[in-house]
Ligand binder design. Structure first.
Ligand SMILES: Cc1cc2nc3c(=O)[nH]c(=O)nc-3n(C[C@H](O)[C@H](O)[C@H](O)COP(=O)(O)OP(=O)(O)OC[C@H]3O[C@@H](n4cnc5c(N)ncnc54)[C@H](O)[C@@H]3O)c2cc1C
Length: 408
């Protein structure tokens, strides 16, 4: 039994803590604000098992200038952040070749294949099985050009057993009557699910662990020396093994021990509408515009956007407003009054693969971060893999593609 210190009380850190506790370790979680807001709270709540295609794909570079030109388009970069972003961006563009896309999709598919096997026991343990809605998702398109452009990705998904049913606009409206006539093509992915409230899962998991004796310590990591973490307010916390699961901030912590991680905050926005005036029965993905709408307990959540502006810049909530406005094009009955706006930091690597594995410098320090758009989906599996690595068991999934070494 080792003293395990896990930094980060988001879905990834807590999933690691749960798996390590199940192995009999003495586990402590450290977070600057354990119950405070984080990416794991306000996300879209999708179990995106078909999300195996990386963000950087051939042809993307041609679309980027148009997106950047639109001040409220799906992608934005803050000029002041560009010098810091440059190495990440170079690596991102280098990842956009077909052989890389095939390799990365294969690695993500191994994680995706575990989703339900690892998520269902967690939800059962938290008594939240009723929060899981296994109703699939609908990807809608306005143009044949957009639908055809994704054909190769549908083929790739199918090669991993992921079902992608091609339907027309009328069939999509039969499934979701709130959709307007602008939808002409669609893809139904029945293996996808969504949850009632992503925050409830994290809150319940945190108190579940606390009830089982896992302390949730409030403190910010300022240094790592020997087998102690120093907090910003001067405390020293000893560990036998340390797990760094600090989301978009993890690169800073890896740097403390000399490891390089290319990780950026891909800032995402949403608006949650308590009285949307329409209803959806499943998550709808507006594929050509890169945003989604999910029916959650607290309302219809409309979210997306990828903003690269670093960890400190204040949110630009015009992005939340813009997404809600754009949604009316597809959902004409939508009422956008009274929405709650939110921004969260997706921890995103340039190759869309998470970082899961040991530090090459220190075998007693493990990394679990960089889950970008799929942290909720891959959280429980990541926890399981970290516990397997700590125990010296053969990991259920080959973790070689997720090593931090790829950034050295
Ligand atoms: C708009 C949006 C929509 C999304 N939709 C989905 C979806 O539908 N499905 C899905 O699977 N994923 C989705 N995601 C992605 C998902 O939310 C993230 O991948 C996931 O929440 C990351 O979890 P995490 O635990 O790594 O990070 P976080 O939840 O951000 O937690 C990191 C924690 O580390 C702590 N921390 C950081 N630095 C320090 C330090 N120095 N000392 C102490 N503590 C520290 C922070 O306080 C924080 O609590 C979405 C994300 C966004 C933004």
């Amino acid at each position: 039994m080792s003293r395990m210190l896990v930094v980060g009380a988001g879905i990834i850190g807590l999933s690691c803590a749960r798996a390590l506790l199940a192995d009999g370790h003495q586990v402590t979680v450290l977070d600057r604000d354990p119950p405070g807001d984080k990416a794991s709270f306000g996300n879209a709540g999708g179990l995106g098992v078909t999300e195996i295609i990386p963000a950087s794909v051939p042809g993307l570079a041609w679309k980027v200038p148009g997106w950047l030109f639109d001040p409220l388009g799906p992608l934005s970069l803050r000029a002041a952040h560009l010098p810091k972003l440059a190495p990440w961006l170079v690596r991102f563009l280098r990842s956009g070749t077909w052989p890389e896309v095939e390799r990365i999709s294969g690695a993500l598919a191994t994680l995706a294949s575990r989703t339900y096997e690892d998520m269902l026991p967690l939800l059962a343990e938290l008594e939240l099985m009723g929060d899981l809605h296994q109703v699939g998702s609908l990807w809608v398109y306005e143009t044949r050009e957009g639908f055809e452009a994704d054909a190769r990705f549908r083929t790739m998904r199918r090669s991993y057993g992921l079902v992608c049913e091609e339907i027309d606009g009328a069939a999509a409206r039969a499934m979701e009557p709130a959709l307007s006539d602008v939808v002409r093509y669609a893809m139904f992915t029945p293996q996808w699910s969504h949850v009632s409230d992503p925050k409830r899962i994290v809150d319940r998991l945190r108190s579940h662990l606390e009830q089982r004796g896992v302390p949730m310590i409030a403190g910010e990591v300022a240094g790592i020396a020997g087998n102690e973490v120093a907090t910003a307010d001067g405390r020293r916390l000893p560990f036998d093994r340390l797990v760094i699961a600090a989301g978009a901030w993890s690169g800073r912590l890896a740097k403390l021990i000399g490891d390089r991680a290319l990780i950026e905050s891909e800032r995402g926005y949403n608006t949650t509408l308590p009285n949307p005036g329409i209803s959806l029965s499943r998550e709808v993905i507006f594929a050509e515009r890169q945003f989604v709408a999910t029916p959650l307990d607290m309302g219809l959540r409309i979210g997306g956007a990828a903003e690269f502006a670093g960890l400190e810049a204040p949110p630009n909530y015009d992005r939340s407003n813009a997404l809600a406005e754009l949604a009316r094009r597809y959902l004409p009955g939508l009422s956008i009054a009274g929405g709650t706006r939110w921004m969260g930091h997706r921890p995103t690597t340039p190759d869309s693969l998470p970082v899961i594995g040991r530090s090459p410098r220190r075998g007693d320090i493990l990394y679990a971060f960089g889950h970008s758009h799929t942290g909720l989906t891959f959280g429980p599996t990541t926890g399981k893999l970290v516990a397997e690595l700590v125990a010296g068991r053969t990991p259920t999934v080959d973790v070689a593609p997720f090593g931090i070494e790829r950034f050295q």
